[in-house]
Structures are given as structure tokens and as C-alpha cells.
Write a protein that binds this ligand. Structure first.
Ligand code: GCO
Ligand code: MG
Length: 407
């Protein structure tokens, strides 16, 4: 199974996506997602200039060897650009191997460990009525677990809610097209005062059963995160995500000492080394890495197997900036591992679904990757070509005194 062709396809149907497309001598086509939100073209250059020439003529069956070759021969290890590029190659090779075997990828990974993957959607609202509407809408769509993000009085534009510069709501996409990133505002004290009351109202309205999640998006100091975790304990969260910025693994020790609210982290991590202390010291409950940003199935599987020894589960990243190819990879992996926790699932837009034909299903709040050989995703290159790259950035944050803050 020799790789004859490797193309990097950039397309922007509802947002920018970067896809690696490998073709073998016997005509199989494998896909890998290399989308790094707001920095897409850096990965495109990394792949086109440095990786694609190394792939031509290689045996597509040698997945582990290719992974180690790309990781170690670059000398410069880790980092989101490198690891997204390696992930794209890795996922495309798994797609090819499974197609060659005539099996859905999850079969090669050990077979199904469950019948479907519990998924959570993103409900949000600037105020309670808007938030309740959004939760009801998600329940109507079949979701059985819901992430709750809320506006904070006094703040005009914050993560997960929606007001961008034109005041239009977004549920699906924080990255905005244009030549400059949008500015959002932040006040941690106002947020900490407001959030517990919102969860109190949500529990009163929707009852004790519904799994609820929340993303603090890296904004808190360890002691603030500890306080928030404690304040949210009565509302029985499924998890509190990214309570502190991810670089300092020690920060989670302090948070953990103070609260029993389950902690999830890792969407911006890219290797097992970022998790070493967190997993070994059982400072977290869920691994948030994306297949796309963590070196692919080969590497994320190693992280999740390590996590399994400590009863830590998966919560694979699945916002809209993970392409349908990256989502499919997450679904096959999630179906196969024993320590699956939950899968994030925001729906892609219609244009994206026309570019990427997918075979997964979403029934009664549960995802299944389908039983087509490989990943089960095909790329319509004609359609893709009609949506050229458009510059887009993620927003950034300023505090009320003008200081730049974590977004
Ligand atoms: C999540 C994430 C996303 C990120 C986005 C950045 O939990 O889904 O926090 O909303 O902000 O993926 O590219
Ligand atoms: Mg997040």
C-alpha cells in the first residue's frame, strides 16, 4: 500500500478547514484533519513544504513507524502546528488501513465497547430566558447532556455566548472572518458572582438528572478556580473545563484540594507530556484533547490508555473547528476504548456537510461512526474548491482596565 499522492486541501465552507488527502498506488484515498483554528496556514505550510515530500513512496501500512519518523526526525518536537500535521498523516493512514481491511476503523482499534457515544451540545444565552430556550432547543434535538455558558451582567462579549462586534449571537463559531481578531471583555469577579446563580436556576428549571457541563476557558487563577468548583458543587456538574490556563499542571493540584467538582482539561495540549503530572497524580477526571491536535489516533490512544490506569476518562474535543474528518476519528476511537467519558458535538453547517460526506449517526443523544470501511468520510474536492481560504481569527480578551487576559 504505497503512498503515491499527498495533497493538502484548504476549504472554507462555513469556516476554514485543512485536510490531508493521501492516495495509494492501488487507488485508496485516506483523509486526515489538520485544522488549527486561526493558524490554519501554518499547518498547511508545514505539511506541504516539509511532510508531503517525505510521504510519497512510503508504505501506508506502517503507521507507528511513520508517526515516530515524523515526530523524531523533525528534531523540533511537540507544539500545535507539528502535532496537527502529524495527526493529519496518522488519521489518513488509519483511514487507509481500515479501508484496505474492509472494516470501519473502530474494528481495527479493538471493536465497539459500547453501542453509542453520549454527546454534549453547547447551550448558551445572554440571560436566563435566552439560555433556557437554548437548553430546550438542544433537548428537542435529542441531546442528553448540555454545556451551559451564560452572559455576565456588565460584560458585552464573552466566550461561548455570542455577541460579536455586530451583536449577532453565535452558537457555533468563535473564530470570525476578517483581518483582525475581535476584542471581547472579561471580569473574573463578576463572573464568579454570577455563575452559581445561573446553575441554580438551570437545576430548578430542568431538574437534577440532566448532565450539565461548563467551560471556564482558561480564565481563572488556581484559587479562583478552587472557589468556583466549590460554589458549583451543589449543582452536580458533569465537569468544569479549563478552569485554569493549561501550561501550569501544578495549578490543578490546588484546585483539586478544594473541590469535588470533576475537572476536564487539555483541548490545547498536544502530547502526553502535557498530561504527565495531571494523570499520574489524578488531578483531572477527563482528557479533552482532540485527535486533530494531539498527534492523531496513535498518540491520543496512548494518552487515554495511560489515563485509564487512573480512572480518568475521555472527553474528546469536538467543536466546529474539528472537521468532519477529525470528528469521525474521535468517534471511532471513542467507540473502541474502555474509558470513554463523553463526546463534545456541535453540529457543522450545511455547506460543510456538502463538502464532507459523512456516515455517522446521532440518535437519542448518542453518536455512532457508522459501519463503512475506514473513517466513513469522503471529501468532495469540487465542492471544496468553491470555498477558498478566508482569513479568520479567534477573539482575544481585555479586562476592564485594558489589560490583555487569557481568552
Ligand atoms: C470547546 C472549546 C472551543 C474552543 C475552540 C477554539 O470546549 O469546545 O473551548 O470552543 O474555544 O475550539 O478553536
Ligand atoms: Mg473548551
Amino acid at each position: 500500500m504505497i503512498i503515491e499522492q499527498a495533497e493538502v486541501v484548504v476549504t472554507s465552507p462555513d469556516r476554514n478547514f485543512v485536510t490531508l488527502r493521501l492516495t495509494t498506488e492501488d487507488g485508496l484515498v485516506g483523509l486526515g484533519d489538520a485544522t488549527l483554528n486561526g493558524r490554519e496556514l501554518a499547518v498547511v505550510a508545514y505539511l506541504r513544504e516539509h511532510v508531503v515530500p517525505l510521504l510519497i513512496g512510503r508504505d501506508a501500512h506502517r503507521i507507528e513507524d511513520t508517526w515516530q519518523f515524523l515526530y523524531r526526525s523533525a528534531y523540533w518536537r511537540r507544539g500545535p502546528v507539528t502535532m496537527a500535521a502529524i495527526a493529519a498523516v496518522d488519521v489518513a493512514l488509519w483511514d487507509l488501513k481500515a479501508q484496505a481491511a474492509g472494516m470501519p476503523l473502530y474494528q481495527l482499534l479493538g471493536g465497539a465497547s459500547r453501542t453509542g457515544l453520549l454527546a454534549y451540545g453547547h447551550a448558551s444565552g445572554r440571560d436566563l430566558p435566552e439560555l433556557f430556550d437554548s437548553i430546550r432547543d438542544h433537548l428537542d434535538q435529542g441531546y442528553q447532556a448540555i454545556r451551559v455558558q451564560t452572559g455576565v451582567p456588565g460584560l458585552t462579549a464573552i466566550y461561548g455566548i455570542a455577541s460579536n462586534s455586530t451583536g449577532v449571537r453565535y452558537d457555533h463559531e468563535p473564530a470570525q472572518r476578517g483581518a483582525r481578531p475581535a476584542e471581547e471583555d472579561w471580569d473574573t469577579r463578576a463572573y464568579l458572582r454570577h455563575l452559581p446563580a445561573v446553575f441554580d436556576a438551570v437545576r430548578n428549571e430542568f431538574g437534577p438528572e440532566l448532565p450539565l457541563l461548563h467551560d471556564a476557558h482558561h480564565r481563572l487563577t488556581p484559587i479562583q478556580a478552587a472557589r468556583l468548583g466549590k460554589a458549583l458543587e451543589p449543582y452536580d456538574l458533569f465537569w468544569l473545563e479549563d478552569a485554569t490556563p493549561a501550561e501550569n499542571q501544578q495549578a490543578l493540584r490546588l484546585v483539586r484540594q478544594h473541590t469535588t467538582t470533576p475537572l476536564a482539561i487539555g483541548e490545547i495540549f498536544n502530547t502526553i507530556w502535557d498530561y504527565q503530572e495531571l494523570i499520574r497524580e489524578q488531578l483531572i477526571d477527563y482528557v479533552r484533547s482532540a485527535v486533530t491536535h494531539t498527534g492523531g489516533i496513535t498518540h491520543l490512544r496512548k494518552i487515554l490508555d495511560f489515563a485509564a490506569q487512573y480512572q480518568i476518562k475521555s472527553g474528546i474535543h469536538g467543536p466546529t473547528d474539528i472537521s468532519p474528518v477529525g470528528m469521525a476519528a474521535a468517534l471511532h476511537l471513542g467507540l473502541a476504548i474502555h474509558n470513554f467519558g463523553i463526546q463534545e458535538y456541535m453540529k457543522h453547517g450545511t455547506r460543510t456537510n456538502q463538502v464532507f460526506h459523512q456516515t455517522f449517526t446521532f440518535t437519542d443523544g448518542h453518536l455512532h461512526p457508522g459501519d463503512h470501511p475506514g473513517l466513513g468520510v469522503t471529501l468532495n474536492t469540487d465542492h471544496a474548491g468553491t470555498y477558498p481560504y478566508e482569513q479568520a481569527y479567534l477573539p482575544y480578551n481585555r479586562l476592564t482596565d485594558g489589560t490583555i487576559h487569557d481568552w
